[in-house]
Each structure stands twice: as structure tokens, then as C-alpha cells.
Ligand binder design. Structure first.
Ligand code: FE2
Ligand code: FE2
Length: 199
């Protein structure tokens, strides 16, 4: 099964993004990538803080925080190995546009399901970007690293979808997920041009 079938993303990333943009600025992409991992960990912590009574979710998110911070550390190790220093956090316009799509009002359950699907969406697109990176980057270490991360982010995507299905109180998760996919397809059209993971 291709990752498109698994993740149902509607717009694949053009592999030229790696050749034309990423390879000319590895230092920039590594800094951006490190902060993507940090944000994934922060989002999992937010889910714990907002839903302390959902024991399975707390357990899964506690494990996820550790895994994402392990990814962060490994990216940081590569940054140091190559003689770079972690830069300042970059604005992630892609993620900010997805934030706008999350329900602000509504019931607690609506907000929970939307945050889970928001996280699933970012994991899905990150997984797709890592796949494109691992297949096209002319750098053996990074190719292997991104291949491994691709598998890990696919698992995270599945975790968030599973939690949404588990905790929904009458919200049609599949319908809402389709709305996220349609919205993301619009957003991502403007990306694939910059040296950031979602850029
Ligand atoms: Fe990660
Ligand atoms: Fe992840």
C-alpha cells in the first residue's frame, strides 16, 4: 500500500522540493525539523493538560512526548555533528493555517476531537514529507534517518485517529477527518517551495 492510500493525503509533494530547495540548505531544514519535533511533543503535553481524566490518552501522550523529544535530540545531535548550532524557532505558516481550522468554541468533546485530528494531519503530512526526503536526498545519513522517522510518524498518525474514534461522543470522526483533508489540500497548494519541513 502506498503512503497516499494509507494517509489519504490529496496532494503529493513534488520531489523537486528536495533537489531545488532542501539540499541547498540542510542547516535550515534541520533547525526547522528540530522544532517540528518539539511542537509535536508540546501538542501532546497540551492534550494531557486538557484531558487528565482520559487515562488511555494520558498514557499514549506521555509515551509520545518521550518519542518526539527523542527525535528532537537526534536531530540536534546531527546539527552538532555537522558543526552547526540550532537556530531560533521558525514560524510554521502551514501549522498556523491548520490551527485556524480547529474549532475554537463548541463542546469539550468537539475541541478534543479537533485537536486529535489536527495532530493526525500534521503527522500525516510530516510522514509524507519524510518519505519524499528519504527517497530523494543525496545524503546517506539523512536518507536513512528520514526513512526511520517516516515509519514512526505513520504510527503517530494512526494513534491520533484511533484516539479520536475512541473518545468521540457522537461526532462523526470520518466525516470531520475528510473535512480536514479537504482543507489541508487547499493549504498545501501554496507550500513545497521553502526549506522547512512543511514549507
Ligand atoms: Fe517525530
Ligand atoms: Fe510524530
Amino acid at each position: 500500500m502506498s503512503e497516499k492510500t494509507i494517509l489519504k493525503l490529496q496532494l503529493p509533494t513534488d520531489p523537486n522540493w528536495v533537489k531545488n530547495v532542501v539540499e541547498s540548505n540542510i542547516e535550515e531544514i534541520l533547525t526547522d525539523h528540530a522544532f517540528c519535533e518539539q511542537k509535536a511533543a508540546s501538542n501532546a503535553i497540551t492534550l494531557i493538560v486538557q484531558n487528565p481524566n482520559l487515562s488511555d490518552l494520558v498514557q499514549e501522550m506521555a509515551a509520545l512526548v518521550q518519542e518526539e523529544m527523542d527525535h528532537f535530540k537526534r536531530v540536534h545531535d546531527i546539527i552538532l555533528e555537522r558543526g552547526y548550532v540550532l537556530g531560533r524557532e521558525r514560524k510554521d505558516n502551514y501549522v498556523n493555517e491548520l490551527v485556524k481550522f480547529m474549532k475554537k468554541g463548541g463542546s469539550r468533546n468537539e475541541q478534543l476531537i479537533d485537536r486529535l485530528l489536527f495532530a493526525a494531519m500534521i503527522e500525516a503530512r510530516s510522514c509524507e514529507r519524510f518519505k519524499v526526503l528519504s527517497e530523494n536526498i543525496n545524503d546517506k545519513q539523512l536518507s536513512a534517518f528520514y526513512h526511520e522517522l517516516m515509519i514512526s510518524e505513520a504510527t503517530h498518525y494512526a494513534t491520533f485517529i484511533r484516539l479520536a474514534r475512541k473518545y468521540t461522543e457522537g461526532i462523526d470522526v470520518d466525516k470531520r477527518w475528510k473535512e480536514f483533508l479537504d482543507y489541508e489540500a487547499q493549504v498545501i497548494q501554496n507550500y513545497g517551495k521553502r526549506e522547512t519541513i512543511h514549507g
